[in-house]
Design a protein around this ligand. Sequence first.
Ligand SMILES: [Zn+2]
Length: 211
Amino acid sequence: MQRLNLIIFGPPGAGKDTQVEKILEHFNTDPIETGAIIRDLVKSDTQIARQIKDTIARGDLVNDSIMEAIIKDRLKKVSAQSGLIMDGYPRTIKQAETFNLLLTFMDRKLDYVVFLDVPEDVLVSRLSQRKICSICGKTAFPQEENCSSCGGALEKRIDDNLESIKKRIINYNEKTAPIINFYRKRGLLLHIDGNKSPDEVTKEIFEGLKS
Ligand SMILES: [Zn+2]
């Protein structure tokens, strides 16, 4: 299998989790899902955990230096044979620049940034209905009553309240969206219409990765 280094990128609610799963079925790729790492981290009862918890519950971004420490630590665990797919990082231009350096240190280069483009009104409605597994963190589809992977009970994410959703979309537009141009200029952007069925989106992504 091909070793691909990817970023999956898009606004909150764009369907990144679902597409990462599809990519993992076809490529030897280590998923680095920063949202899950952070949600795990805040379960511990430390001062830093409480700080981060307040930050994400408000819909704000965890600051660059904390993110860098988390990512460095996680990248050390990626095996040399496997590719990687970043989900939830980088989220600012500064983080994108740092990530370039980290990849260079690992003797890797970024192959693609898969950008899932979804209109804002669709995002708000998706996020306000979203549930995740309380055990493994997998995102559930609306019709599911229990987690399809482990059978765990479903719950709302702490940041999926309407206030936080709006704030995250504003943050995304202000701080994260500029990354699109950053990667487009470097010829790495794979622009995908994310407002389609999950299977159609997957098909478009795979066609892009092959070309
Ligand atoms: Zn589960």
